[in-house]
Write a protein that binds this ligand. Structure first.
Ligand SMILES: C[S@@+](CC[C@H](N)C(=O)[O-])C[C@H]1O[C@@H](n2cnc3c(N)ncnc32)[C@H](O)[C@@H]1O
Length: 143
């Protein structure tokens, strides 16, 4: 905190954005979410917010940090329709063709893709839609 005094305020602002953005997307009828750079689970998570509006919303959480994935998997093991899997978003093709992802997310249907807040330099190319034009939403913030 001493090194980065704005951290608390930024974290709270980011969580507030998550809640508003995911609620908005769910209200538009989005039932599937790719949460890229999901981070250590905290509350509320993407599925908590989406499911307030769309009770059967599905969420695939991706992160390249094995500790994040282990923690997410432990906490969400019993939550149907929510998975966490290791992936590097600089390799979008690998993420989008990961069997864990494709077994949950139907890319023929609209899906929201969030990468918040992951440094732009970490993302490589920003396109996370293997089927451009099929309908997608992308949620993005930066500082
Ligand atoms: C600040 S946290 C994100 C928190 C969460 N998305 C939220 O909205 O509160 C950034 C996360 O991105 C992950 N990350 C960074 N670079 C990544 C990459 N190339 N591929 C996948 N995940 C990455 C980190 O491991 C970290 O868990």
């Amino acid at each position: 905190m001493a090194a980065f005094p704005r951290a608390r305020k930024l974290a709270a602002a980011n969580r507030g954005f998550l809640v508003r953005a995911v609620r908005f997307l769910a209200e538009q009828g989005i039932r599937q979410y790719l949460d890229l750079g999901t981070g250590i689970p905290t509350s509320p998570n993407v599925h908590d917010v989406a499911r307030q509006v769309v009770p059967d919303a599905r969420v695939a959480s991706i992160d390249n940090d094995p500790i994040v994935i282990r923690r997410s998997q432990a906490l969400r093991a019993t939550v149907k329709g929510v998975i966490a899997t290791h992936g590097d978003i600089r390799r979008p093709h690998e993420v989008l063709t990961d069997p864990a992802v494709t077994s949950l997310i139907d890319f023929a249907e609209p899906a929201a893709c969030r990468r918040v807040p992951v440094a732009p330099q970490a993302t490589g190319r920003p396109d996370c839609d293997p089927h451009p034009g099929r309908g997608r939403a992308e949620e993005l913030t930066h500082e």
